[in-house]
Ligand binder design. Structure first.
Ligand code: AG3
Length: 273
């Protein structure tokens, strides 16, 4: 008898990859922007990959989505208008809806990501059915250049800074972002694995630091992303002030995480000096 085992692997370096044993490959499409694959894995449920990199899994998506929305939520004025750039799976929008945000604009460049999410991740993408969420299929960089709107938070939920998302890590883009934030508004971006993608983190942090007076990096443990240690970087033109209000407890996020995720290992601090 021959046993055929199927695995999906994301390559981290020439010498290391993370492999998921899969029950099935549900989809593989090449869009105008990227390649989208969908797998049914044994340990993490459905897994969405873009250009060979894990974007989300059913089992651990809550960590990334709580951390990109809830940490910046509790600083400065209570947000009511939020812009998401990327985030076509709807996961970030869903958390914002749960936080009670009244007005959410979500600009995703690749409509196929939204379609895939609607079909295969109905719970995560259910946010797109909400009246409060205005989904726009378009280029976030262009949107921000042309829009006259101001937002209290801008969430950059992008892929890695190679390919279509590269411009989302540039100083020029952060400048445009700044002009669309309310005075103590906050921009946050995912800034990669400090261990395997140190340049993603330094690009985001140093790029933001050239435009904004206040920049802070925080980390979270995300088992399905390279090295498990993941970074997020947020910036504002005014000093960060934690609001004095009780925090919601998520599945990862809690009041200790709101404080503790800003304590960084020394090698991470050295990347953003
Ligand atoms: N977007 C950021 C995922 C980056 C993962 N990188 C990697 N696996 N190399 C997440 C999309 C979820 N809304």
């Amino acid at each position: 008898m021959r046993l055929i085992e199927n695995w999906f692997s994301e390559r981290y370096s020439d010498n290391l990859q993370l492999s998921f044993r899969i029950k099935d490959q549900l989809l593989s499409i090449k869009t105008d922007y990227q390649r989208i694959d969908l797998f049914d894995t044994y340990d993490f449920g459905k897994l969405l990959s873009i250009d060979g990199t894990v974007q989300l899994t059913e089992k651990d998506e809550y960590i990334y989505h709580e951390m990109i929305t809830m940490i910046p939520y509790y600083f400065n004025s209570k947000p009511s208008r939020v812009l998401i750039i990327g985030g076509g799976d709807g996961g970030a929008a869903r958390r914002l809806v749960d936080l009670g945000i009244e007005n959410i604009v979500n600009v995703e460049i690749d409509g196929n990501v939204v379609e895939v999410a609607k079909k295969y991740f109905p719970a995560i993408s259910s946010s797109f059915k909400e009246k409060k969420v205005n989904l726009i299929i378009g280029d976030g960089i262009k949107y921000i250049k042309e829009s006259k709107d101001k937002f209290d938070r801008i969430i950059i939920d992008s892929t890695d800074p190679v390919g279509p998302a590269e411009g989302l890590f540039s100083e020029e883009f952060y400048k445009d972002i700044q002009s669309h934030l309310t005075p103590n508004g906050i921009v946050v971006t995912q800034s990669g694995s400090p261990y395997y993608q140190p340049t993603a983190l330094s690009m985001a942090h140093n790029g933001m630091a050239r435009i904004f007076k206040y920049v802070k990096t925080y980390c979270a443990f995300i088992p399905t992303y390279p090295s498990g240690l993941w970074s997020f970087t947020m910036a504002s033109s005014e000093e960060f002030k934690k609001r004095d209000e009780p925090t919601v407890t998520g599945k990862y996020f809690n009041k200790d995480i709101l404080e503790g995720s800003f304590y960084l290992p020394e090698f991470v601090k050295n990347l953003i000096k």
